[in-house]
Design a protein around this ligand. Structure first.
Ligand code: N01
Length: 544
């Protein structure tokens, strides 16, 4: 537990082996794994508690879109056998409870310093060490630095004029008050219809006097079909846990158990497709749906069959035809933006107290003292505004830290035109700095905890190799980095992903370079590549 100073353990020792930025799922596993090698580690966490994403995102309805039996650590079989998930999908409070349990069970807190934001990280070329400075005035020296700062951890409120004059209260989904918010009797506006908006809208609608949803881009959403945990399913899953986790390594999204599709959607008849999509729709979840056929994410024509299936579901659910048409996405193929999972999202628009406002045709111009005004001059009176407007994804957290070296390289300059990494793990010119699930890694396209464990285990393997061979420094070559970035782009360009204006390409942040950031070649291919690189003596890395 934090002491009065807000530190969860004593002050950082003068020189660490590894400084870890962040104490979410990634930072905590890094503590466990690297400490297990006898290394002196410490994680610095901006929040007043551990848990990262699951600490901050406390908006109503926040829940994981990966099933709870999958979305958990695999490193301890005792842990995965003993922990009981009450529902098919974990809620934010439940996942946070799990993370806190893990921290206690593996005694991780003593190496976490809370309430501490890392503001700069400087690699001293001569001394061969990093110095991290924090907003509490620490200067922490470490041989290595592991960036576990998250992909969706830098909340962004659009730069709307007048926000400071708003007389009501406003919130961002990713900075939600711990005490919760009661919207009863209020006129509420939700801006944004990504995963966060789609999860909170049905719940806020039940509380608010009136809810206006300001939608710029309609998103595809599938039913989650959440339910209490099926005990027989849990029993079977747990009996097979280690085998399932191993089998997950050979899947594109790090989750086993989904039969691999064998044919194109275009080889099926219209009726066969309808039946297949309907079965997946009833089953709930997004992976299964997108895995109906081999080519939903590579062929526009194939994808259109799935997109139209979902649009028809929306039309069949939402009673007002104009609202239904606005909610039916037409500007991107299904799955090319992160697919949302919902509970009663489309049905919510049949409520008399809910109004959908199209801010694509008439954009939000400003926040006024009493609400919101569009460019066309329409005024909406609001008592509370919720920004479900997303994050500066994948690069935001690292770009907020002044990362540089004494020989003059800065990460800000290096990534000016978009992030450059080798395997998503390291950056040329920035020795001994590892990134967990960074740009160029498949992390966000997978069961994130599996990627976190795989990345961290790879880093541990690299550090063990260095120790064995008495090496001090590791960094990728510029050539290996350039080739990886080119590969990441080539793979993305062979799919439909770049067609969407998503956070995968930074489209939600005005002025952010449009670069496709995640690796979409699959977790299986990525892991094989990482393993081969290590087995080949860390091909593409300079080790000295
Ligand atoms: O953010 P988003 P999110 N005016 O970027 C709109 C994960 N996650 O927090 O699409 C009007 O997806 C923006 O419009 P547009 C998951 O990976 C997971 O919802 O840019 N609107 C969009 O509708 C997810 O993908 C879970 O045109 C504006 C919305 O705000 C990721 O986090 C739950 C605007 C932002 O959507 C991010 O999701 C929650 C403006 N000026 C999150 N600016 C689960 O596990 C932005 N928007 C279920």
């Amino acid at each position: 537990m934090p002491d009065a100073s807000g530190l969860s353990g004593g002050h950082a020792p003068a020189r660490l082996d590894v400084a870890i930025v962040g104490a979410g799922l990634a930072g905590l596993y890094a503590i466990h794994r690297l400490r297990g090698m006898g290394l002196r580690v410490r994680a610095f966490e901006a929040g007043s508690g551990i848990g990262g994403t699951w600490f901050w995102n406390r908006y109503p309805g926040a829940r994981c879109d990966v099933e709870s039996l999958e979305y958990s650590y695999a490193f301890s079989d005792e842990l995965q056998q003993e922990w009981k998930w009450p529902e098919r999908y974990g809620t934010q409070p439940e996942i946070l409870r799990y993370i806190n349990h893990v921290a206690d069970r593996f005694d991780l807190r003593r190496d976490v310093q809370l309430n501490t934001r890392v503001t700069s990280a400087v690699f001293d070329d001569a001394a061969g060490e990093w110095t991290l400075t924090t907003d509490r005035g620490d200067a922490v020296r470490a041989r290595f630095c592991v960036m576990a700062a998250g992909n969706l951890s830098t909340p962004r409120v659009p730069d709307f004029k007048g926000i400071g004059d708003f007389k009501g209260k406003w919130y961002h989904s990713g900075l939600w008050p711990h005490e919760g918010v009661d919207f009863s009797g209020l006129r509420v506006g939700v801006i944004g219809t990504g995963s966060s908006g789609v999860q909170m809208i049905p719940i806020i609608a039940r509380q608010a006097k009136h809810l206006h949803v300001f939608q710029r881009t309609a998103n595809f959403s599938l039913p989650a079909r959440n339910a209490p945990m099926d005990l027989e399913r849990e029993r079977r899953h747990k009996a097979e846990y280690p085998a399932r986790r191993r089998a997950a390594f050979d899947t594109p999204f790090a989750i086993a158990g989904y039969p691999k599709p064998t044919r194109s959607a275009l080889q099926a008849t219209a009726q066969e497709r309808q039946d297949a999509y309907e079965a997946k729709w009833q089953e709930g979840g997004s992976i299964s749906f997108l895995y109906s056929y081999t080519d939903l994410l590579v062929s526009k024509e194939a994808n259109e069959t799935a997109s139209e299936f979902v649009r028809d579901k929306i039309r069949g659910t939402v009673k007002d035809p104009r609202t239904a048409e606005l909610l039916a996405p037409k500007d991107h193929p299904i799955g090319t933006k992160r697919l949302c999972l919902d509970t009663g999202y489309y049905e919510t628009y049949n409520r008399a107290n809910v109004t959908l406002v199209d801010v694509r045709s008439d954009p939000i111009a400003q926040i006024t003292p009493d609400g919101l005004r569009t460019a066309g001059g329409a005024d909406y009176a609001l008592d509370a505004i919720v920004f479900a407007t997303g994050f500066d994804a994948m690069t935001g957290a690292l770009r907020e830290i002044d990362i540089r070296t004494t020989h003059g390289a800065t990460l800000a300059d290096k990534w000016d035109g978009g992030p450059l990494t080798y395997l998503g793990l390291m950056v040329a010119d920035f020795p001994n700095m590892f990134i967990i699930t960074g740009p160029g890694s498949p992390g966000v396209k997978t069961q994130m905890i599996a990627s976190i464990e795989q990345h961290t285990d790879w880093i541990a393997g690299c550090l063990a190799h260095m120790r064995r061979h008495q090496l001090d420094r590791v960094e990728p070559t510029a050539e290996a980095e350039a080739a990886w970035v080119q590969h990441v782009n080539a793979v993305a360009d062979s799919t439909l992903y770049p067609l969407a204006n998503s956070w995968y390409v930074g489209a939600n942040i005005p002025g952010k370079p449009r670069v496709f950031m995640p690796y979409v070649g699959g977790f299986d291919a990525y892991k094989r590549r990482c393993d081969a690189v290590a087995a080949g003596g860390y091909e593409g890395f300079k080790l000295t």
